[in-house]
Design a binder for this molecule. Sequence first.
Ligand code: UDX
Ligand code: ADP
Length: 470
Amino acid sequence: MDSARSPIRTICCIGAGYVGGPTMAVIADRCPHIQVTVVDLNVERIDAWNDPDLARLPVYEPGLDAVVGRARGRNLHFTTEVDGAIAAADMVFLSVNTPTKTRGVGAGQASDLRWIEASARQVAAVARGHTIVVEKSTLPVRTAEAVKAILGAAQQNGSGPANGETKTFSVLSNPEFLAEGTAIGDLESPDRVLIGGEDASAIECLAGIYATWVPDERILRTNLWSSELSKLTANAYLAQRISSINSIAALCEATGADVREVGRAIGTDSRIGSRFLQAGPGFGGSCFQKDILNLVYLCRHYGLEEVAAYWEQVVTLNTWQQDRIARMVVQRLFGTITGKRLAVLGFAFKADTNDTREAPAIRICRELIEEGARLVIVDPKVSSAQIAADLGQPPSAAEGGWQVAASPLEAATGADAVLILTEWREYARLDWDAIGAVMRRPAWLFDARAIADADAARAAGLNVWRVGEG
Ligand code: UDX
Ligand code: ADP
């Protein structure tokens, strides 16, 4: 079925975040005949999505401004009028946040499903006629069951609109595989689209929308649970590769090998593949850690202790990598950084995003602050307010404080060390002669992404540590 044959004409997406916003923008762009309304309770966020200045969208994602610019006001709308948009929709996407629980049963591992439940209840209350409900948030396996139960109760109640019309629902799982920073390319040309469900006609309605621009052989249909579990598994596999290469990076540093050479050597094996072999300060982002912890929780729930322990180690290694980098910085700076100025380049969890969720920079900076350093942080897209929220303290020039600077050069002025924590392209082209000239000696470059021109930094008189280089 192509989209012209899909009966879906109105979509509502609950949640205007990093997933909902870009995904709906691309659907609206590719399917001009479908009205797409993205709703959120967060007024500020919706206002930012409606900002006439496309440079001020709440999500920074290369290419997103152009897509939103084409579709917004035509068939892409952002609003806080949640009920109206749900009532009008043939299809509702649930794209709300599902962070790891901070308290109660499963704290630290299970996902907090309160926003999913709240939005499912809202759909149950105000939807009209037949509505296809699509899980888009990353969810633990069997969440669709809860969503179905809530919607099923509304169905049985017959708590339909006043005219006596009955409401019915189909629930689908359609996990998102986009990576931040490349979201638009990932959405426009996905490796695959995964649709899980039991209602074949609902599956084809959603498949028909994607078929507008995605070849049919890339649209995979599975049962609900396989679809949910595939998302967790994909993220666990990807994260596992990063922990694996970071573990080898530590061994390279101890033995004199170079992790980039090892990565290149193993990556040419087509069974291994060359991607996701970059050693660094550990993975961040809203998905990897959360999804692995979900998997661990699920395995424990089913009594699979060895399986749980196996995946848990991926997260343990990731945290260790961050701790080890912070400790190494202290140790190389003569065992103390109290009062020392350290320039931190990059705070986002990866390049080309303004997202800092689970960013390795947060943990590393907190540890350096704990040691009494004076941090001067630069990031091209992360605001000072976001850094304050992540570090849990306002900016200050005091010992154990942090401030922002406008440029790497300004941050490095008077600093004992420069730390690169995010692989922003501009950090590959830094002018080390200029930076070296304004630093206090002996000066250090700690390059946790191995992106800087290490030879130029050495030539400028800096001592250099690069992740994975022995
Ligand atoms: C990830 C998945 O890639 C995506 O499919 C899923 O939908 C959401 O989670 P994302 O977290 O946005 O996407 O970015 P990704 O590119 O996967 O990077 C995750 C983290 O791993 C980043 O901190 C990145 O710096 C790190 N990373 C990635 C490495 O350290 N080395 C690598 O080789 C690749
Ligand atoms: P993701 O990365 O999964 O997109 P975000 O946290 O960026 O996660 O976005 C999720 C959005 O969902 C937030 O903007 C939040 O305000 C919104 N949200 C959560 N619950 C509801 C709800 N019941 N109704 C509308 N929006 C909601």
